[in-house]
Ligand binder design. Sequence first.
Ligand code: FES
Length: 135
Amino acid sequence: MKVIPIASVCGRSLSAPEATVDFAAGGTVAADAWHLVGSVDAYFDGKDCHGVTIASVRVGLFRVDGEIYALDDICTHGNALLSEGFLDGHEIECPLHAGLVDIRTGKGTTSPIVRDTRRHDVRLDEGNLYVRLSH
Ligand code: FES
C-alpha cells in the first residue's frame, strides 16, 4: 500500500487529508480492481472537488447533491486539472480555458473541449470511497 497526498480542492491548493490508494502487489493493477481512496467524510468536508493519484492515474473526484463522480483529472484540451476548476451543478469548468465537462458522463459540453473525459466507477462502502479505473 502506498500513500499519495491530495494536491488540490476546487481552485486552490491546500494541505488536505492524505488519500490512501490501494496498489496491487508489485505495483501492477488488476483490470477490475477497486481502489480504496479513503473516508468520504475526510474528503468531502465542505469541499466538493478533489484530485488524487490512483495507480499513476490522476483522478478528479466531484460531489454534487451527495453523489460522487470520478473522472480523469487532466483536461482533454490541455494541461490543466479539472479538480482545480469551478463546479456549477453537474458541470466542472476547466480553470485554464473555461471549457465545461459534465461530471456525470465526462462529455465536454462547450468549446474548446472536443474530446470527452474518461469516467471512472465509484463505490461507497461503510463510509469509504472506492474508485475503479476505466480502461
Ligand atoms: S485546458 Fe481545459 S479547456 Fe483548455
